[in-house]
Design a binder for this molecule. Structure first.
Ligand code: B12
Ligand code: SF4
Length: 559
């Protein structure tokens, strides 16, 4: 095995033919390879809106790590995303590859094992390279048959392996942030300009929270890897993506984007100078968020933020001194939607205090709320602690495929026993939905708040962004709220809440909304009914397969 850092070059260098693949599906089913019905290849429906029925936001995200690698190597390559087993076999039996790279997370290890076996059988001369979070498993080399296990950043590793210049600038792939979005039984448009571009400025996070595998993967506390060091570099890439993809919004895949203050403030200057009215969707810790003024956040176009709330009285430095409830209210009053993230099963949680912990999370009334179980993941300090204490469950007690954080603990919790965490987790999702209503309604509420506050802002750039973000309010949103109110007609609290927001929208948007709400609403209500029946029959949603080939780039690279 050659870990990152060690010298290794493929004998063919850049003349090698490379296949990069994600693990095979279908994903939302229980099978021998580790797929789990409860663990679909979806962000929202898996970890955020899973109990929201037809209101749940369904959407897929491509495998960005291998897309980034493919865009940055000169060798000829094929990228296979979301194949099923037959499609993967077809790819390796009908083509010759010298290197096969697989990306995976730990719960999907059974699929990696199977894919390695198939590669050995059908492409015995190929070099197998495994990357992504699965590489953090300490004994991975004993569990699968691969040639290289790459921990950490993969672009440099792959360039080095191919004998290419590893220091040349990073080319950003053109990535739509989400695909196949669907809500209330309706497929959403993937058309240019509607969906944000994914932007990957860095990987890792220097905060180094003890449970965080992303931080651990790229060096842990105090470390991370920047693909674009400066505000100028980032701005240039964003302009390229804006031009090529006709986007004006960016999903910034950087665990703590705002933490890199110098880069961010320079980006703000450049955005202002060039009149860029972009929307940015970011991940940020609460403490870092509060280190910016609201004017700066709004100027940057921050309109959606994924923020850890973790749990009441949690010990994490990223939350020290921050009243997250107040912060959320403040952000919302400026039109910023929040995806709060709460951990169920922290060390201090007990069956007696879990309701209070859940109520505290729900009281944030964020637009979206992710709940996940406290899960020691190999490679993290938390995992090392549990290993030393002998509190981890053996894989025969808890299969790796079940350690995805949405089902059960992989360790012996000091207070929560007998598998009760599964119900606690579900309870959290349900209470958030029952108390705060569908996320879609909350999003409409906050967008409206932002619009009311900023529609007359003296800066055209800022006004323009809020106008753009409100573009669906008058018709589609009004209709959705009408349908949602009808859906909850027997629930006085929620229907009153929804009515109030709909009334506000009609006040702002006038006759157009008043007419559209019942017309569009009736249609949506019908579609929701259909979707609900489909879901009750056990329908699941799978991503389409992508196969993208790139010819070798002629360079002076060694071979
Ligand atoms: C996007 C994403 C998803 C997408 C998946 C898209 C996909 N096609 O797989 C969605 C939303 C569906 C998802 C789902 C889940 N995810 Co997820 N996800 C992420 C997220 C937020 C970003 C990943 C990313 O693209 N990063 C940016 C790219 C550039 O970085 P990268 O992928 O790490 O790739 C770099 C290196 O790892 C390496 N590399 C990667 N692949 C390869 C391959 C080769 C050959 C080489 C050499 C190198 C290499 O090079 C890349 C460039 O440096 C990460 C968190 C994070 N910030 O990374 C979590 C994360 C990867 N997910 C995680 C988990 C647990 C899950 C879920 C189980 C959670 C859940 N219960 O919902 C499910 C699993 C679904 C399933 N059935 O498989 C964990 C993995 C933990 C672990 N150690 O295994 C992470 C780290 C989040 C976390 N901190 O808990 N996820
Ligand atoms: S702040 Fe978030 S991304 Fe950073 S280490 Fe902590 S949990 Fe991970």
């Amino acid at each position: 095995m050659t870990p990152i850092g060690a010298a290794a070059t493929h004998p063919l260098g850049s003349r090698a033919r490379v296949l990069l693949s994600s693990v095979f599906g279908p994903y939302a089913q229980d099978d021998e390879y580790g797929s789990r019905k409860i663990n679909p290849m979806e962000l929202y429906h898996n970890q955020v809106t899973r109990v929201q029925g037809p209101f749940s936001l369904r959407m897929f995200h491509r495998s960005w790590g291998i897309m980034l690698i493919q865009a940055n190597i000169d060798a000829s390559s094929t990228l296979l995303d979301f194949p099923d087993l037959d499609r993967f076999i077809q790819e390796i039996t009908t083509n010759e590859y010298d290197i096969v790279g697989i990306t995976s997370i730990i719960p999907n290890i059974g699929k990696v094992r199977k894919m390695c076996e198939l590669i050995r059988e059908h492409l015995p001369a190929a070099t197998i390279v495994i990357g992504g979070h699965v590489a953090n498993m300490p004994d991975l080399d004993e569990r699968i048959d691969a040639d290289h296990i790459v921990k950490g950043e993969g672009v440099r590793w792959m360039r080095r392996f191919l004998g290419e210049d590893e220091d040349r600038p990073i080319k950003h792939p053109r990535i739509l942030s989400g695909i196949g979005a669907r809500i209330m039984g309706m497929s959403q448009s993937d058309k240019h300009g509607e969906v944000a571009a994914t932007l990957i400025p860095s990987v890792g996070c220097p905060m180094g929270c003890n449970f965080c595998s992303t931080s651990a993967m790229f060096g842990g506390k105090g470390r991370c890897v920047h693909f674009y060091e400066t505000g100028e570099e980032l701005f240039d890439v964003m302009c390229e993506l804006e031009r090529d993809m006709q986007v004006r919004s960016f999903f910034i895949m950087d665990e703590n984007f705002l933490m890199h203050r110098k880069r961010v403030l320079r980006l703000l200057e450049l955005m202002s100078e060039h009149g860029k009215s972009w929307s940015l969707y970011v991940f940020s810790s609460a403490k870092v968020l509060t280190s910016y003024t609201m004017e700066q956040l709004v100027g940057l176009g921050i309109s959606w933020v994924w923020m850890g709330v973790e749990g009441k009285d949690s010990q994490y430095a990223k939350l020290t001194g921050v009243d997250t409830r107040k912060l959320v209210r403040r952000l919302q009053s400026h039109g910023i939607r929040v995806l709060g993230s709460t951990i169920i099963g922290l060390e201090g949680h007990t069956p007696e205090n879990i309701d209070a912990a859940i109520d505290y999370a729900v009281s944030h009334d964020t637009e979206f709320h992710q709940f996940a179980l406290y899960t020691p993941i190999p490679g993290t300090p938390l995992h090392a602690e549990h290993l030393a204490a002998g509190t981890l469950l053996e894989t025969d007690e808890c299969p790796v495929a079940d350690t995805h954080g949405e089902y059960r603990f992989n360790f012996r919790h000091p207070h929560i026993t007998d598998g009760r965490e599964t119900e606690f987790l579900l309870r959290a999702f349900r209470r958030d939905f029952d108390g705060n209503g569908p996320s879609l309604v909350r999003v409409a509420r906050t967008i409206l708040q932002g619009w009311r506050r900023y529609r007359n802002h003296p800066d055209r750039r800022i006004r323009g962004r809020f106008a753009w973000e409100t573009r669906d309010l008058a018709v589609a949103c009004a209709g959705a709220l009408w349908a949602a109110r009808h859906w909850f007609r027997d629930n006085l609290t929620l229907s009153t809440k929804i009515s109030r927001i709909l009334k506000d929208i009609c006040c702002e948007c006038g006759l157009k909304s008043r007419l559209a709400a019942p017309l569009v609403g009736r249609y949506l209500r019908f579609m929701m009914g259909r979707e609900d029946r489909r879901l009750r029959r056990g329908w699941t949603y799978e991503p389409p397969t992508f196969c993208e080939t790139k010819k070798a780039v002629a360079t002076g690279s060694t071979g």
